[in-house]
Design a binder for this molecule. Sequence first.
Ligand code: GDP
Length: 224
Amino acid sequence: MTQSEAIERGRLLFAQECRFLRPIVSLEDVPDTELPEAAFIGRSNVGKSSLINALTGRNALARVSNTPGRTREINLFDLGRRLILADLPGYGFARVAKAQSAAWRRLISGYLQGRPQLARVCLLIDSRHGVKDSDETMMDLLDGAAVSFQVILTKSDKIDAAELANVLNAVAAATEKHTAGHPEVFVTSSETGAGLAEVRAALAGVALPSDSGYKPAAAGRDGG
Ligand code: GDP
């Protein structure tokens, strides 16, 4: 498949209906879904909600907040019965980290370690800040859970090209040290739309194909 075919496949996937499933506040709530899953995680305020909204082209799917650390549950979205998007609660916000760390760690570790359908974790890093200690801790956790992760730089519109190139090199070097780290780092901006098509294409690579026949009563129709 050429890159432009992959981009088109990603565009079509993200043009599908995106349905919000119920929020998960504890491990017992995690639903038994069969679809491949892609999770988004990062420090509070990294731009995770904005990225999910920008990828899906919906303004209010994931809540964008100016109060860092507000989201404490895992939110799942069913994208066209082909891929589940999981919006994980942010980390690294000191006030919340103290009060929430035990419950947060239990939920996140339990989810990451007990989810065989989890095909990809998108680890978001703010372009202005690079890899922080809390990101390293998360990468270690993902190594331990043997869940492959892909770094996505966010808010690339906030710094100039030279700075961005430096951050990208440093982040790629840090990612390379982790066994679960995917070598390709994406550079995105939810503001300008930069890099979004590439992220959609990558996620389409782990989604069910459009002609998988997973849809009920789809017999005889190949949809592709
Ligand atoms: P979350 O806590 O990780 O979900 O972060 P949000 O999506 O709520 O974003 C945090 C703040 O960063 C908000 O004020 C957003 O408007 C802003 N933001 C998010 N993404 C971008 C981006 O790509 N460019 C710029 N300039 N601002 C962004």
